[in-house]
Design a protein. Structure first.
Length: 266
């Protein structure tokens, strides 16, 4: 059982909704990433998505695009992301970390080399936004052979065939994108989310996390009524943008703790 699978199994046993949080590696500065990872855990995050900076993050709204630009200005690479994970693992062996990004850096490194180095660093899985499941059988198989989970996005526009492919090749959990658009845009229609998550569950037996529009505790609570986890990214990046860098971990810890408290109060 992977670390992600174990985490969701424990959450289910405890009757809790998972909290998945996102930051971009190297933002707002290279020296802050590992402290931020620990601050997320201290605030109550169950799974962390570590964004791999990319110059054309097509699924991201302006907030995470800015985070990518700041990280790239610091010269952050995939190698740095592996180093951050390895440093985090020196003192935390239980919180899953998912590398989230795009195909280009992986293809440049080579998929097998990416998998080898991700495992060596202590990562638990990957979300590759522009790797469609129908083209991922070999990559998904190699990931699974190395005890890494490949997590796919499911959109409001995903066909039944696409959802079935996610069920076939995905592992760890599935990520339902609650909005048509980019991260951080618009507001969630929780009734529509409930209907769509129910339809996804007819095919996908993995835990389902919902993200792309959760900005506060109230929305998180509403989504938690139908999802196994809520995913928050842009709102955390905004917290960092509005806080002096040295105070970033403290601000993020406090924000995440508020979401955790709301989820646990359900």
């Amino acid at each position: 059982m992977s670390r992600i699978e174990q985490t969701f199994a424990t959450l289910k046993q405890q009757g809790k909704t998972g909290l998945v949080t996102f930051i971009t590696a190297g933002d707002p500065g290279p020296d802050v990433t590992v402290p931020l990872l620990h601050a997320l855990v201290e605030g109550g995050a169950d799974v962390i998505e570590l964004g791999v900076p990319f110059s054309d993050p097509m699924a991201e709204g302006p907030v995470i695009q800015r985070a990518c630009e700041r990280a790239l200005a610091h010269g952050i690479s995939m190698r740095d992301c592996f180093n951050y994970v390895a440093e985090f693992r020196k003192t935390n062996q239980h919180t899953p970390i998912v590398l989230m990004g795009y195909a280009n850096p992986i293809e440049r490194m080579g998929p097998s080399e990416f998998i080898r180095r991700a495992k060596e660093a202590g990562a638990d899985g990957a979300i590759v936004v522009d790797y469609p499941p129908e083209e991922c059988e070999a990559f998904a198989g190699e990931m699974k052979a190395n005890d890494l989970d490949l997590i796919f996005l499911i959109a409001p526009t995903s066909t039944q065939q696409r959802i079935q492919q996610v069920a076939r090749f995905g592992s760890g959990f599935s990520y339902y994108v609650s909005l048509k658009g980019v991260t951080g845009a618009g507001s969630i229609d929780t009734e529509d989310v409930a209907r769509r998550v129910a339809a996804i569950r007819e095919h996908v037996k993995l835990p389902i996390g919902v993200g792309f529009g959760i900005r506060d505790a109230q929305t998180a609570k509403q989504v938690a009524a139908v999802a196994d986890a809520v995913v928050i990214g842009s709102r955390i990046i905004q917290e960092l943008e509005n806080t002096p860098k040295e105070q970033g971990p403290q601000a993020v810890r406090a924000f995440v703790a508020g979401i955790r408290e709301a989820l646990d109060a359900r």
